[in-house]
Design a protein around this ligand. Structure first.
Ligand code: MG
Ligand code: MG
Length: 256
């Protein structure tokens, strides 16, 4: 199903987007060497509840996962790239952490992800991984607007990722957003321009380029959720929720 938001409800999407962006930035600033992933989860829970919002994750139980997720944020470290289930782990200097958060407020969902390096240690390749996903996200958003096709966005994203030297996994990508987190249309991270659903004002989309340094194959952890690179290489993920407007696209989850 594809939901189209009434444009008069756009302020609701902005409000939930600002909440998600604010929580992610807060968690980034608190993610230091020694911070435990379970602390990040609990801090996120507290901020969601304080805002009167609802987690899209805690009871989430899709066919690809194992039972309800049971936590409030995805914490994917180093070779983990998507759906990282928080566990008892203290962050180390140089860890590449991806945080992914979706919440519902006033009946509208926003979904966003950021990747960054914890502490002081840096590796040039981590910067390249993160930059590729951020630039791909920017390109996908730039291709979005009324009348554009989903394939235009996928092509823009995929061109940046493959141009940066990465191979693209098409099992997981972006998606429509609305009263629930995952809706049609699917937005693959590679595609052909001019193909697919034509965007219209009021459509909310989550665009989420992600890459793994030297593979496009995933393996699933024993926790049934966390997806890692098959080779153990490092990974990155960036995501924004955008709204198609009358004259373009507006990012709902931009940090303010
Ligand atoms: Mg997400
Ligand atoms: Mg998403």
């Amino acid at each position: 199903m594809i939901e189209i938001l009434n444009l008069s409800d756009l302020p609701k999407a902005r409000a939930v987007g600002a909440l998600v962006a604010g929580i992610l930035q807060s968690m980034k600033s608190r993610s230091a060497v020694g911070t435990n992933l379970l602390e990040i989860d609990q801090w996120t829970k507290a901020l969601i509840e304080e805002a009167g919002a609802e987690s899209c994750y805690v009871d989430y139980a899709p066919s690809f996962g194992r039972g309800p997720f049971g936590h409030y944020i995805c914490t994917s470290v180093n070779d983990a790239v998507l759906h990282g289930l928080p566990f008892d782990y203290a962050l180390a200097d140089g860890d590449l952490l991806s945080l992914d958060l979706a919440v519902s407020l006033d009946g509208v969902v926003a979904d966003s992800a950021i990747s960054f390096v914890v502490g002081e240690a840096t590796s040039p390749h981590d910067g390249a991984l993160i930059s590729a996903t951020e630039r791909a996200l920017t390109a996908g958003i730039a291709a979005a607007g009324p009348g554009a096709k989903i394939g235009d966005l996928s092509y823009a994203i995929g061109t940046v990722l493959s141009g940066a030297g990465y191979t693209i996994n098409t099992e997981f990508g972006g998606h429509g957003v609305g009263s629930t987190m995952h809706q049609d249309p699917h937005v693959s991270n590679t595609g052909r321009p001019g193909r697919g659903y034509k965007l219209r004002p009021g459509l909310l989309l989550a665009l989420e380029p992600w890459v793994m340094a030297d593979t496009n194959e995933l393996v699933t952890d024993d926790d049934g959720w966390t997806l890692r690179s098959a080779t153990g290489c490092r990974t990155a993920h960036s995501e924004h929720t955008i709204a198609i407007t009358e004259d373009g696209a507006e990012i709902m989850t931009l940090p303010r």
